[in-house]
Ligand binder design. Structure first.
Ligand SMILES: CC(C)(COP(=O)(O)OP(=O)(O)OC[C@H]1O[C@@H](n2cnc3c(N)ncnc32)[C@H](O)[C@@H]1OP(=O)(O)O)[C@@H](O)C(=O)NCCC(=O)NCCS
Length: 150
């Protein structure tokens, strides 16, 4: 299996939205919201291609102040039929590498506290809990996770 990681372009938006709907149903970002995230010059978007098909994507953003740069993974989605093939891990590895190249030392992300797949992936990849987020997802709580990029 060969997974190719590439930068997102606007021509991918339809497929990204399709995957977003497969992943989140009611809470999915709209196509406009995905496009908006990508227009920010501090954001990075990557797709994972498997046999010519987009199987997943990640979007993250760098926040800068005068002293430091902090990475934030906003969304990571893998199409259900391509899960447990290491694609989520590859996307995370690659966005962290880009963050590091841009001077980021700490990366944050959030997940619903009942999102076993996401929390398992993040913990496996070295993220530790940095706080509980009360009602972060409407009536569901969230967990904030943090990793020092080395
Ligand atoms: C979370 C998500 C991105 C993981 O993507 P993936 O490509 O299936 O993950 P990987 O194959 O890289 O998994 C890497 C490791 O994470 C853990 N993991 C992934 N999915 C898991 C699951 N359903 N249950 C338990 N552990 C899981 C495992 O340790 C796995 O390693 P293993 O397969 O060798 O056991 C995917 O499930 C998804 O898109 N979910 C819906 C969208 C979502 O919730 N995104 C996160 C928002 S915070």
């Amino acid at each position: 299996m060969s997974v190719k990681i590439e930068g997102i372009s606007t021509k991918h938006l339809d497929r990204l939205h399709e995957i977003e709907m497969e992943c989140f149903e009611k809470e999915a970002f709209t196509k406009q919201q995905i496009a908006y995230l990508l227009t920010d010059h501090n954001s990075t978007g990557l797709i994972a291609e498997l046999n010519g098909e987009i199987a997943g994507f990640v979007i993250g953003k760098i926040h800068r102040d005068r002293k430091s740069a902090t990475g934030h993974v906003l969304t990571i989605d893998v199409s259900p039929k391509h899960r447990r093939k290491g694609i989520g891990l590859r996307l995370l590895q690659e966005i962290e590498r880009i963050f590091k190249d841009k001077g980021v030392r700490v990366c944050f992300l959030e997940a619903r506290e009942d999102n076993i797949a996401a929390l398992s992936l993040y913990r496996k990849f070295g993220y530790g809990e940095a706080g509980r987020l009360e009602n972060y997802y409407g009536n569901a709580h969230g967990v904030r996770l943090r990793k020092t990029l080395t």
